[in-house]
Design a protein around this ligand. Sequence first.
Ligand code: GUN
Length: 291
Amino acid sequence: MTAQRIDGKAIALKLRTELAAEVAALKTSTGIVPHLAAVLVGDDPASAVYVRTKHQACEKAGMVSTTHRLPATVSQSELLALIQQLNEDPTVHGILVQLPLPCGLDTTTILDAVHPLKDVDCFHPENVGRLVQNRPRFLPCTPQGIQWLLRESGINPAGKHVVVLGRSEIVGKPIGIMLLQKGLGADATVTICHSRTQNLAEITRSADILIAAIGRPEFVTAEMVKPGAVVIDVGVNRVEERLVGDVAFEPVSEVASAITPVPGGVGPMTIAMVLKNTLTAAKLSQTTTKQ
Ligand code: GUN
């Protein structure tokens, strides 16, 4: 069997085209142009690439995008002051603080400072709480991208056993919660595995849908995958200048029924969801008054 290759690039492009039309319609009807403010601290090259990619995608969709660059030596209070200024700026709808932050900065305090109505990453505890209670304001970008990819590929998780590898706050935990919820594109039976999980391969082999988000290059081998399973690879690992996922793509393709490539799978969807959430934030700014 050779798995269907899920083309995240094409699915993301289709969504971005739809978003561009919605952005244009919002501008016509209200005069509002969605504005994403990205905060980039330090000079991590991968973070700079991510922020530039998001910036270009915003502009292509007709949104405004500004990038606030600060040196790695910035103090916590200076960074908090910038976030406060962006919170109070009515022309800014979404705020994205690119992670990881340089050491010396308290990531939790800084992310908590982003106004919940501008929290396009869905990192604020109020938004995470709403997500857990199945009344989301925003959906976190990578998990939302995965759910969208499944739907666009005609894969319904309802009643399926979804196994998530990784319990991160950004991907593993929220995608587990989202696919567990009652509702369309969800209703799965979910197992979340991590570094202390015992009999890992036994669990992964029982997955109808396997989501790998552990940041270990080619960790998932063909022996860990049930024949016919759907495999979603969230990994972005740099190995000798090459981008490699968490899944051994070629051998697993021989076992799975569908698989996302790296690059060109989940990555482009994350970018598209930043735009989608910025549009949502712009619409929210019309209907909700900030404190
Ligand atoms: N760094 C890696 N992934 C992410 C993400 O989803 N959002 C932000 N802000 N930074 C990241």
